[in-house]
Design a protein around this ligand. Structure first.
Ligand SMILES: Cc1ncc(COP(=O)(O)O)c(C=O)c1O
Length: 259
């Protein structure tokens, strides 16, 4: 597996040039998510088109597009890379009920792909797992057929929380952050704190900073190394506004102690 690195300065999105440079004759599959976990980045239609043009030149490469945050999107509307007919047959969409319908725990998801891939998935899955329960399936149908009003309400609440956390993050010296357009995460670059210490403990990387915040501020974040980036930590804003404001104050205070 090969990762294409991105930075906060490029909104954690890859360019067509980066994609082109990463594809080799051995490349079988490109995986990405938009809106993205852990960065919250959302590719625009024209950015996706730029990537699709690269894939046009590589007809043997499949594209796995995880679109589970489809509805937690603060731009106009969700854009899928499957909309480009030149590559559509090679796109495998992953989606589910966990995020848009807040049905995490129900364990219901789906993929959409060409028949050959779908049949192969069916064959494999049929041998490894049992089917999702009929109760879950009925709940999934109800969610799909019902009104999107509550989904929109949730999305608006997330947007408000994003704006609150963004403002508070920008007020912390040394935290480098972009404004994410979707999902419910920030992925700030925290390299400013590397080499700094408090109480005899020196922070060497993002994982150590994440542990420091847990121990010192009692706030849980995830070290970026789990996502292939040692420079950032992931912060989820799937919590109440009150808790988020409190968490940000604690984080600011704890980071302020690092000298
Ligand atoms: C990008 C992405 N895809 C898929 C999932 C999986 O969701 P679940 O296993 O709850 O269906 C998650 C959950 O965090 C996610 O962030």
């Amino acid at each position: 597996m090969f990762f294409i690195d991105t930075t906060v300065d490029q909104d954690f999105k890859i360019s067509p040039q980066q994609l082109e440079a990463a594809i080799t004759p051995k490349t079988k599959l490109f995986m990405f998510s938009s809106p993205c976990n852990p960065t919250g980045s959302v590719y625009s239609k024209s950015e996706l088109e730029g990537l699709a043009k690269v894939f046009e030149k590589h007809p043997d490469v499949y594209i796995l597009s995880d679109e589970i945050y489809e509805y937690i999107n603060f731009v106009d509307k969700h854009e899928s890379i499957a909309q480009f007919s030149s590559i559509k047959d090679r796109v495998i969409i992953i989606n589910g009920w966990s995020k848009g319908y807040a049905m995490t725990g129900w364990r219901l998801g789906y993929s959409a792909s060409n028949t050959e891939i779908a049949t192969a998935c069916d064959k494999l899955q049929g041998q490894i797992t049992s089917g999702t329960s009929s109760i879950t399936q009925r709940a999934g149908i109800a969610a799909y057929e019902g009104s999107l009003d509550s989904v929109t309400e949730m999305r608006n609440a997330f947007k408000k929380r994003r704006d609150i956390v963004y403002k508070l993050l920008k007020e912390i010296d040394g935290v480098k952050v972009n404004l994410p357009d979707g999902a419910f995460y920030f992925f700030p670059d925290v390299t400013h704190y590397f080499g700094k210490s408090y109480n005899g403990k020196t922070i060497n990387d993002a994982d150590e900073l994440s542990i420091y915040l847990l121990e010192e501020a009692h706030v849980s974040t995830v070290g970026g190394d789990s996502f292939g980036d040692k420079k950032s930590i992931r912060m989820s804003y799937a919590a109440s506004e009150e808790k988020l404001v409190e968490a940000m104050a604690r984080i600011k205070a704890a980071l302020g102690k690092l000298k």
